[in-house]
Design a protein. Structure first.
Length: 264
């Protein structure tokens, strides 16, 4: 799909990958870019820079996403590309003694933002896209959804669930002309990465948000389901599936090393 002349929505668009996506879509000639973010002032600033529009939006709340979709289509026309990009990095604790954690809160918030936000977007856009013969979803997930995330069971689990939903979205609506891509980078130089403890995602070629956005645009143009800004992730996935037990043992060693380093 070409974004030229299209209406595009980007959630989590005020910073990081989301901001870079907005800027790249603008350079590619998108007709209107709608920036949705919990940081309303940041969303307005990015929207102003790309001649777009802004909404304050908590993607974990269905009514917020519904409002963004309805108002965007009322004001600017059909949404051709919906980028469900917002994410959080909470729940990272390299020293955690129990993968189940001690509270439901990080699980519930991660589930709302990393899974249900994608579900809500599909719930309210699929009927519209089906009626007009197609559309496109770009769901920003993470390599953690394909591999894992040492130090954060909630992040890893919800990112895996996001991959599962995106697969089902693509399978269920291929015949409706609806395309899906998942953007799965490792370390990206954003505020979120800088706010969490260093893990295996760090030091394996951290990329700029701009590079990730360029790869995303290329993947959309080629209609690629899995977009891997870090190409080495494909090799890690092969090693994981070739010998799952060996992969678990290797990840456990990384976990032990992290605990040793952070326990000092």
């Amino acid at each position: 799909m070409q974004v030229t002349g299209k209406v595009v929505v980007v959630t989590g668009g005020a910073n990081g990958i989301g901001r870079a996506l907005c800027e790249n879509f603008h350079r590619a000639g998108a007709a209107k870019i709608v920036v949705a973010d919990l940081d309303g002032a940041g969303a307005k600033a990015v929207a102003a820079s790309v001649q777009g529009a802004a909404f304050t939006c908590d993607v974990g709340q269905e009514k917020h996403i519904q409002h963004v979709i309805e108002e965007t289509e009322r004001q600017f026309g059909p949404i051709a590309l919906f980028c469900s990009n917002a994410g959080i990095g909470g729940g990272f604790d390299p020293l955690s003694e129990n993968a189940g954690g001690v509270s439901d809160e990080p699980w519930a918030r991660s589930w709302a933002i990393h899974v249900m936000a994608h579900v809500y977007a599909a719930r309210h856009l699929i009927p519209r896209m089906k009626a007009r013969g197609g559309g496109y979803f770009l769901n920003t997930i993470s390599a953690a959804g394909l591999l894992s995330q040492v130090g954060s069971p909630a992040y890893s689990t919800t990112k895996h669930a996001a991959v599962g939903f995106a697969e089902n979205l693509a399978i269920s609506h291929k015949a409706d002309g609806i395309k899906v891509s998942i953007l799965c980078p490792q370390g990206v130089d954003t505020n979120m990465l800088r706010s969490i403890p260093k893990g295996p995602q760090s030091g394996d070629g951290d990329l700029s948000p701009e590079q990730v956005a360029q790869d995303a645009l290329k993947g959309i143009e080629q209609e690629t389901f899995v977009i891997l800004p870090h190409p080495q992730v494909a090799g890690y996935m092969r090693k994981k599936t070739e010998n799952y037990d060996r992969w678990i043992s290797g990840m456990a060693k990384i976990q032990a090393k992290m605990r040793e380093n952070y326990g000092k």
